[in-house]
Design a protein around this ligand. Structure first.
Ligand code: KG4
Ligand code: ZN
Length: 347
């Protein structure tokens, strides 16, 4: 299997705090993390499948499940070795059981259930979307509730209002494409490999938008929902309408500026409406330097505190899953072995 392996580990002298293992196979990344307490990350390994799907131009669900199956056991062994622990040292087993590709989720879920049963330890089901903002709790510590979270990932663009741990609601969502999906599709239109977000971000950091201006869908709509498919179509028609060479840098910078402006404006509107004093940004798009700069500026102006995780914890990872699981474990929120997997967020 061709794959990119990103690893992060940090060890501090042992404590008596519980140690949990977390598995995330919701989409096309296989990820395993081991966490002591709520913040001591002992291992965080992610195998990305992007190259395995390149020939198809997008993730093929059946292939994704098979790839998860190929690597999940070696990855578990490697994570334990990196943490210097054995299975017997684990106090609970966490797994993302929604939302995502059901076949992929079932791989992680089956492994997690087997582990929990064999070890006689609690199983904890985690909502992958709820977990994204926990990359911030992991690195920044306890954050001041209430909070507004923007989760801007490849498959989801959501605004979440969180009152306290485990109590939150979605207050805005994309009515069509997610922002990341839109960025990836436009990048592909310009010949960039999947995922195209980093390439578009790099161009947006080095070019000015010039004379190009693209639509900001729903920007002036008072609601908190997003729409990105019209913007993608605008780029498609723009590209088709160009007869001469295209100034790729300024065009993609202008496109990304539209995406960023919508995300920042709606997040700040949500913060104002909910009366919160802090916002977090997470999900793959939060790794964008251009997006971070725009958020930093806008939040400073609005007097809001801004939190975002390091890039490796913005894209899919099991460390954020482990962090949310640690909070659930401490609160005694465990699941039984009948835990199911779900493709959709709303179950
Ligand atoms: O959170 P994520 O890894 O996967 C999902 O949960 O869907 O997000 C993937 C998305 C892709 O659209 C990818 O292009 C984008 O995040 N992305 C970036 C960057 N790194 C990943 N977009 C802009 N700049 C980046 N540095
Ligand atoms: Zn995600």
């Amino acid at each position: 299997m061709s794959a990119t392996l990103t690893a992060q580990a940090a060890t501090r002298p042992g404590t008596r705090e519980p140690v949990g293992i977390a598995i995330d196979t919701t989409f096309d990344d296989t990820s395993v993390a081991i966490l002591r307490g709520r913040r001591e990350l002992l291992a965080n390994l992610t195998l990305s499948q992007y190259r395995d799907h390149a020939e198809f131009g997008g993730v093929v669900p059946e292939r994704a499940s098979r790839k998860h199956l190929e690597v999940i056991h070696p990855l578990l062994a490697r994570a334990l070795a990196q943490a210097g622990l054995g299975f017997g040292d684990l106090d609970y087993v966490a797994v993302s059981n929604l939302p995502g590709l059901l076949g992929s989720i079932l791989v992680g879920l089956s492994v997690a259930k087997t582990l929990a049963y064999a070890l006689g330890k609690p199983l904890i089901g985690i909502n992958h979307i709820e977990a994204h903002p926990y990359a911030n709790f992991l690195v920044h510590g306890e954050l001041p509730f209430p909070l507004v979270h923007l989760v801007a990932a490849g498959g989801h663009t959501l605004l979440i209002h969180q009152h306290e741990h485990f109590r939150w609601e979605v207050i805005g969502r994309s009515v069509d494409d997610a922002a990341g999906e839109c960025v990836d599709k436009v990048a592909k239109l310009f010949g960039h490999a999947m995922p195209g977000g980093p390439a578009v971000d790099a161009l947006a950091m080095t070019h000015r938008p010039g004379p190009y201006a693209f639509p900001r869908p729903l920007l002036n709509d008072p609601g908190l929902d997003f729409s990105f498919s019209g913007l993608k179509t605008a780029l498609l028609y723009f590209r088709r309408g160009q007869t001469g060479p295209i100034e790729e840098g300024p065009v993609l910078a202008a496109f990304f500026e539209a995406v960023v402006e919508v995300l920042v404006t709606k997040t700040l509107r949500a913060a104002r409406r909910q009366g919160v004093s802090a916002v977090t940004v997470s999900g793959g798009l939060a790794a964008s330097r251009r997006l971070r700069l725009a958020f930093e500026r806008a939040c400073a102006e609005a007097g809001l505190t801004l939190y975002y995780p390091p890039p490796a914890l913005c894209t899919d990872n099991a460390a954020m899953v482990a962090c949310l699981a640690a909070y659930r474990h401490a609160a005694g929120l465990h699941d039984d072995l009948a835990l199911d997997g779900y493709a959709n967020l709303s179950v």
